[in-house]
Design a binder for this molecule. Structure first.
Ligand code: GLN
Length: 256
């Protein structure tokens, strides 16, 4: 009799462990809550930035509004931009944002939502620089770029044609700093970001020449694994565009 009770207890214990184990494994990327974790750039105004100890910005408001519209929870994690896709691949993040441009290269590892913001690259120099008027003037100069960005890729792809040296940094603040303090002659940044930075802070920087290319930001999820989540993101985005919330968010950060 004793053995039967013992045996029964063992079976219950095993069943309990199995149940707990399987519960953990189906919450991708976070085991402690039902919220989807969203990776954003550590500092990328107007898309994400800290103010009064709070994360704010277009990306932050947009993903919260999409989540509310579609009935899910999100948890924001700020990190270096170059860490976002690797963190998704490691199962630590469910959603990647950070003013992330939709590129063919990234589409090999992530699926993108419908585009939500038009962007592209500009060349940026110190405001007192009269020597550099376009990318053609960068021969022998030093250009600062941010790791893992479309700017870094553009710089590497065109280095042979223009003959500049490249410095890689980890975030936009350090990149602006490199040009402001004279360590670099120029930098590459998304034009909405640089226009916002110039308009809202006392950065001694200006744009040189025309926009270098055009692209669009998308919200990313790990490729081929998150079709349901991607559908919700796209449905939410479409609803926000229709009910005016998308425009409200853009106006809040970019309105006069
Ligand atoms: N849009 C650029 C990219 O996708 C830059 C993003 C960023 O610096 N946060 O690479």
């Amino acid at each position: 009799m004793k053995y039967i009770i013992y045996f029964g207890l063992m079976i219950s214990l095993i069943l309990l462990l199995v149940a707990c184990g399987s519960e953990d494994s189906d919450t991708s990327g976070n085991s402690d809550s039902n919220a989807y974790t969203v990776g954003v750039d550590v500092t990328y105004p107007p898309f994400e930035f800290q103010e009064d100890g709070e994360m704010k910005g277009i990306d932050i408001d947009l993903i919260h509004a999409i989540a509310e519209d579609q009935g899910f929870e999100v948890k924001i994690e700020a990190m270096d931009f170059s860490g976002i896709i690797p963190a998704m691949q490691a199962g630590e993040l469910d959603i990647g944002m950070g003013g992330m441009s939709i590129t063919e290269e990234r589409k090999e590892t992530v699926d993108f939502s419908d585009p939500y913001f038009e962007s592209g690259l500009s060349l940026v120099i110190a405001s007192d620089n009269t020597e550099i008027n376009s990318i053609e003037d960068l021969e022998g100069k030093i250009i600062a770029v941010k790791n893992g960005t479309t700017g870094a890729k553009f710089a590497a792809d065109n280095q042979g044609d223009y003959g500049y040296e490249i410095i890689q940094v980890k975030d936009s603040t350090s990149m602006f700093q490199e040009v402001a303090n004279g360590n670099a002659d120029a930098l590459l940044e998304d034009y909405p970001v640089i226009m916002y930075a110039i308009a809202t802070s006392d950065l001694e920087l200006k744009v040189a020449g025309d926009k270098l290319n055009g692209d669009n930001y998308g919200i990313s999820v790990l490729k081929g694994k998150n079709d349901d989540l991607l559908q919700k993101i796209n449905d939410g985005l479409a609803n926000l565009r229709e009910n005016g919330k998308y425009d409200e968010i853009i106006d809040k950060y970019l309105g006069e």
